[in-house]
Design a protein around this ligand. Structure first.
Ligand code: NAD
Length: 516
């Protein structure tokens, strides 16, 4: 164990989460299928190797699917409220492990400690939501056109739900899916991002404890560490009824096509290109806070990060000057140090993409009012720290149409609200959007059918983050999927319409006669 890990107390955190970093590979509370290549997990905070982990190969995959299939036979027979009880216990365990898990998220992924803890809180919240829902998996009843007949709808579990997740929400996205999938009677197979495997192992350890304490099969919750190859196995496997994929539009396009090819179901949660419209009637203090947090929080690596500000010409210069001042006060550094506002990017590839985007923006005519750059020196030894920057652009620039997963904020000027809405909608993605205004008419136009075309549209709140109670997801190249609250549970079940005839004759529908 390196001294650096000790310095941040990470050694203790890993131990508390049941992760031993001895030899190659880690121990896991549950059955851990990993006989493939080795994978190294580094912290973007300080570049330290945290652990070397064995990954899963094809034979591990096959074993996991067999386990999942057999666990499903048992789990689907347990009444939904009893399955809710398992999720309730999981939520309690998460409360116990919140500090450790939040810290590991912060160290392995690089988001601030507060955001790491917030991510675990989201896991707890979705558990609470799912517990209540486990008593409300309702269908409609309807009147039959035939006398003596009854019609109703019911929902059954799907079977195996595959979850493929991105690095930027290394634990929350899994729990959004699992909490719902489990109460619906499904078993889950998770392929976490290969950039945050330890967070996934920690989660698997926590749920394994709950399953053991309830004498339930471990195959209810499975996890396979690996790269795209394990993801592809899940995507192409007919045994996997639903693939819930969170990641880039580029990969999502392949996943969506391949799952559809085998008539599987998919939930696609892909990239965003989110904008805030700041109107002439906006509260500018609120607007600045919303914009800065949205653009630099998680170092611009949220799917809901604010990437574009569409600002009315009358307040444009004022907003720009305030932003420049706010950016001057940002503290960049180790995400575990709570005095820092901005942590590192996930890895050096992400830094390269940030640099390339800045270069392209300049070439396409962008004018930087806050310059970017990669930070160096003792505090930035991982090479993953970059300066949040701001450029004045046109919405039509190719780079502005593209999601760069880094803290680059684009400023765009507008004259009329109709024009601002067209600019907001004028990108291929459709995840999150917001308007800052104190004018009811402006707010309602933005929310109307000729307003924002995104899955999320906010008034006087930024684009970033969401509560678990609502359905989360976006339109167009964001994939159209929905996760989390509202009636999203229906995605995790198969719908069945039942008609029961309690007479002694067999009338056909639509008055058709068939006499023998
Ligand atoms: P990514 O697309 O590179 O990887 C996502 C996951 O897909 C990883 O687990 C990866 O191993 C796996 N994968 C890669 N190729 C695959 C293949 N061919 N088949 C199956 N799986 C494959 O994304 P990332 O860099 O980890 O995450 C950032 C992206 O995720 C951003 O675009 C961001 O907007 C998006 N994201 C979206 C949401 C949302 O809810 N809309 C949430 C979080 C992140």
């Amino acid at each position: 164990m390196s001294t650096k890990l000790n310095e941040f107390g990470i050694e203790k955190t890993l131990k508390n989460l049941g992760i031993s970093t001895e030899n190659d590979g880690v121990s896991c509370g549950g059955k851990y299928f990993a006989s493939g290549d080795l994978l190294e997990s580094y912290s973007p905070n300080d570049g330290q190797l945290i652990a070397t982990i064995k990954t899963a190969n094809s034979s591990d995959y096959a074993a996991v699917i067999e386990n999942a299939k057999s666990a499903f036979k048992e789990f689907r027979m347990i009444p939904a409220p009893k399955r809710g009880e398992i999720v309730r216990q999981f939520g309690i365990k998460l409360r116990e492990y919140k500090d450790d898990l939040g810290k590991l998220v912060s160290y392995e992924m690089g988001k601030s400690l507060q955001e790491g803890l917030g991510e675990v809180q989201e896991m707890i919240d979705i558990c609470d939501f799912a517990v209540g829902l486990s008593r409300q998996l309702h269908g409609y009843t309807m009147h039959s056109e035939r006398p003596g007949h009854r019609m109703y709808e019911q929902y059954h579990p799907l079977g195996i739900v595959g979850i493929i997740s991105a690095f930027n929400f290394p634990v929350a996205v899994w729990s959004w899916n699992t909490a719902l999938a489990w109460i619906c009677g499904n078993v889950t197979v998770w392929k976490p991002s290969e950039k945050t495997p330890l967070c996934a192992i920690a989660c698997q350890n926590i749920i394994s404890q709950v399953l053991k304490e309830n004498n339930l099969p471990e195959g209810i919750s499975n996890m396979l560490v690996g790269d795209h190859r394990i993801g592809e196995e899940l995507v192409n496997d007919k045994n996997v009824a639903l693939v819930s994929f969170t990641g880039s539009t580029k990969v999502g396009r392949i996943v969506g096509t391949n799952v559809a090819q085998r008539f599987g179901k998919s939930i696609l949660e892909l990239g965003g290109n989110n904008a805030i419209i700041i109107t002439e009637n906006a509260d500018l203090n609120m607007s600045i806070i919303g914009a800065v947090f949205g653009a630099v929080g998680t170092a611009g690596q949220r799917c809901t990060s604010t990437r574009r500000l569409i600002i009315h010409e009358s307040v444009y210069e004022d907003v720009k000057n305030r932003l420049v001042k706010a950016y001057g006060q940002l503290k960049i550094g180790n995400s575990l140090d709570e005095s820092n506002h901005v942590g590192p990017l996930i890895d050096k590839d992400a830094v390269k993409q940030y640099q390339d985007s800045i270069e392209k923006c300049r070439q396409q005519g962008g004018k930087f009012v806050v310059e970017g750059g990669v930070l160096s020196g003792e505090n930035y030894s991982s090479g993953c720290y970059v300066k949040p920057c701001i450029a004045e652009v046109e919405n039509s620039y190719e780079i502005v149409q593209h999601e760069t997963f880094a803290p680059i904020l684009y400023l765009i000027k507008y004259k009329t609200l109709e024009e601002a809405i067209a600019l907001q909608n004028g990108v291929p993605q459709g995840l999150s959007s917001a308007i800052m205004t104190q004018d009811l008419r402006e707010a309602e136009l933005f929310l109307s059918q000729v307003g924002s075309d995104c899955g999320i549209a906010n008034v006087n709140i930024g684009t970033s983050g969401a509560e678990i109670g609502g359905a989360f997801g976006g339109e167009k190249e964001t994939g159209g999927g929905r996760e989390s609250g509202s009636d999203v549970w229906k995605y995790y079940m198969r719908r069945q319409t039942n008609t029961i005839n309690y007479t002694d004759s067999l009338p056909l529908a639509q008055g058709i006669k068939f006499d023998l």
